[in-house]
Design a binder for this molecule. Structure first.
Ligand code: NAD
Length: 549
């Protein structure tokens, strides 16, 4: 397949209804906004939309003939069959990249992948929920806002944020940082990608040398002006050089695909093409070199921390990769979720998204206005919507992310469904969320690190979440586990709903959105978080164990 795939726009249906058409458009959309659509790769180095092109074509054909009372079963990006179910059942269920415990290693994953037996769906690639950097940007912004509140009196003006990796997700960092008022220096090893980020406006300046980059940053810091700068270099080289020079940024993180040393993290002294070449010739050598570079980078991060910087991992497994390379204290670096996101998850607040399926940006503006009117009491989301309107360009089908909590998501879903029914929106809206949400993620080094009750590695929660969302009549439900460098580290679940204005959609939205966030609140209440227990009481969730803790 060589033609660039784009999501169909407009009112014309190729399927038997909007539920099926909506999911087909979302599948097309993840490739439209993805990083290497020719290889079906959406983001995070290996996260795929379908197993291969034959599977893609068969999924499209299956969605086109799928009835409302049928369910399409997909296994690791390959369509398996269609079953007669009932009109309120999900129309698509998926299990992507789940390998039993002792076998869930990167080596076995790569072997199964080479044999064409499995595909890693990332979090939102394999279940067609990815919306480009729009999807991660509020999370990236909220983390920086939390860093500002906790460490810098709420103000990042004049502060330098050092990061690396401007890939699918990482490219949200420059905009998120400048929206928060900071100066950001990003190190990106891929020259073409760095130039592209500047060309498409996601990063403001491209620096030729480290000295030039630092000069831009220092000037902007002195002027208290937000600025984003990208330097084409290896993160490991620059982080260690800054340590050598005695330069300590205020905030340090990293968003290279450090989770995967074969496909994701480029060693010092190599271009991405040279790394790809070595991968073919001698993968073990590539892995050794990548780990050595990553180890040096994390050692530099630890020194930045000692020197007073706020340093945290951004969910790419960089600490555990360094620990495996012998950095004994790598895990002493914070993880962004535990530190900044968990209090939100306790209230079911997380990365909720909506997508205009006809491709009409006015629909997103209408929903923005609904939020400003109906959620006026939620200052955080209203502030976000104003910032997003001013700064975030649409990518693919127009979409918005808004961190809403238990009860709020249901309210918005029902308001939007009514607006579709009454013709105030030009067509149906899809609702979905990131897998990194309250009930839907077990990853002991990202979402569930250092849980209060020690339940970090228990993967029952995302499995229960998926089953509950099926029972609550969602349109698509998926269970994912980690692939590549994430193999054996995580299990998560995804859910998508199509608000087509119908009364059936109203039922699906109400049951699913309440169940999805409700289970999240109970997951944290069960782990002993008072914030979650209070939230469960406030919302009168029918919790069975609150008195125990
Ligand atoms: P990506 O593979 O699209 O991009 C990674 C980028 O890092 C590429 O541009 C690559 O050229 C660059 N890179 C690789 N090695 C480098 C090095 N040594 N120095 C400098 N640049 C280097 O991945 P992505 O989608 O942007 O995701 C990045 C990581 O973040 C992944 O590990 C992903 O799983 C994780 N992630 C975290 C969150 C979160 O919520 N915080 C969300 C999504 C993804």
């Amino acid at each position: 397949m060589t033609d660039r795939i784009t999501a169909q726009r407009g009112p014309h249906l190729r399927c038997r209804g909007w539920r099926q058409e909506g999911l087909l458009r979302l599948l097309e959309n993840v490739l439209e906004v993805g990083e290497r659509p020719q290889d079906l790769i959406v983001y995070a180095a290996l996260g795929k939309a379908a197993r291969n092109w034959q599977s893609y074509t068969r999924i499209v054909a299956a969605l086109q003939r799928l009835g409302d009372d049928e369910t399409l079963v997909i296994q690791s990006g390959k369509p398996i069959g269609i079953f007669k179910t009932h009109p309120l059942a999900p129309i698509v269920v998926m299990a992507n990249c789940n390998i039993v415990g002792q076998w869930a290693t990167p080596e076995i994953f790569y072997d199964l992948e080479r044999k064409g037996l499995i595909a890693w769906g990332g979090l939102t690639a394999g279940d067609w929920q990815y919306i480009g950097m729009q999807g991660v940007i509020q999370g990236t912004y909220e983390v920086l806002a939390a860093v500002a509140r906790e460490h810098f009196n709420g103000d990042l003006r004049g502060r330098l944020v050092l990061t690396a990796g401007l890939g699918g997700m990482g490219s949200a960092q420059p905009l998120a940082a400048t929206m928060a008022g900071a100066v950001l220096l990003a190190i990106e090893v891929d020259g073409a990608r760095a130039a592209q980020r500047v060309a498409d406006g996601r990063c403001e300046r491209l620096a030729e040398t480290l000295d030039e980059a630092l000069a831009y940053c220092q000037h902007a810091q002195q002027q208290q002006q937000p600025l984003s700068v990208v330097l084409v270099e290896n993160a490991s080289t620059v982080y260690t050089e800054l340590v050598r020079r005695g330069i300590t940024p205020d905030v340090v993180t990293d968003q290279t695909s450090a989770h995967d040393l074969l496909y994701g993290y480029v060693p010092v002294g190599m271009t991405p093409a040279e790394a790809a070449d070595l991968r073919e010739r001698d993968p073990q050598q590539l892995e050794r070199q990548a780990r050595a570079s990553l180890v040096a980078q994390v050692q530099a991060m630890l020194i930045f921390k000692q020197r007073g910087a706020v340093v945290f991992e951004n969910g790419n497994n960089i600490r555990i990769q360094a620990q495996r390379g012998g950095v004994a204290d790598a895990m002493s670096l914070d993880i962004f979720t535990e530190r900044y996101i968990r209090p939100l998850f306790c209230k079911g607040i997380g990365p909720f998204r909506w997508i205009a399926l006809t491709g009409n940006p006015d629909d997103i503006a209408t929903i923005d206005a609904l939020i400003m009117t109906h959620f006026a009491e939620n200052a955080q989301v209203c502030n976000w919507i104003q910032l997003a309107r001013a700064h975030i360009p649409f990518q693919g089908l127009p979409a918005r992310i808004g961190w809403l909590g238990h009860g709020e998501r249901t309210r918005l879903g029902l308001l939007v469904n009514a607006a579709v029914r009454e013709g105030r929106l030009s067509g149906p809206i899809a609702f979905t969320r990131d897998h990194l949400d309250a009930a839907s993620m077990t990853h002991p080094y990202i979402g569930t690190e250092r849980m209060r009750d020690g339940s970090d590695a228990i993967a029952d929660w995302p499995l229960l979440n998926a089953m509950l969302n099926c029972s609550a009549c969602a349109d698509l439900v998926a269970i994912h586990s980690g692939g590549g460098g994430y193999a054996g580290y995580m299990t998560s679940s995804g859910v998508t709903l199509i608000a087509d204005g119908s009364s059936e959609a109203e039922v699906r939205l109400k049951y699913t959105l309440d169940a999805d966030t409700g289970l999240g609140v109970l997951r944290y209440a069960d782990a002993g978080y008072p914030l979650a227990q209070a939230c469960a009481r406030e919302h009168e969730l029918d919790a069975l164990n609150l008195e125990e803790r």
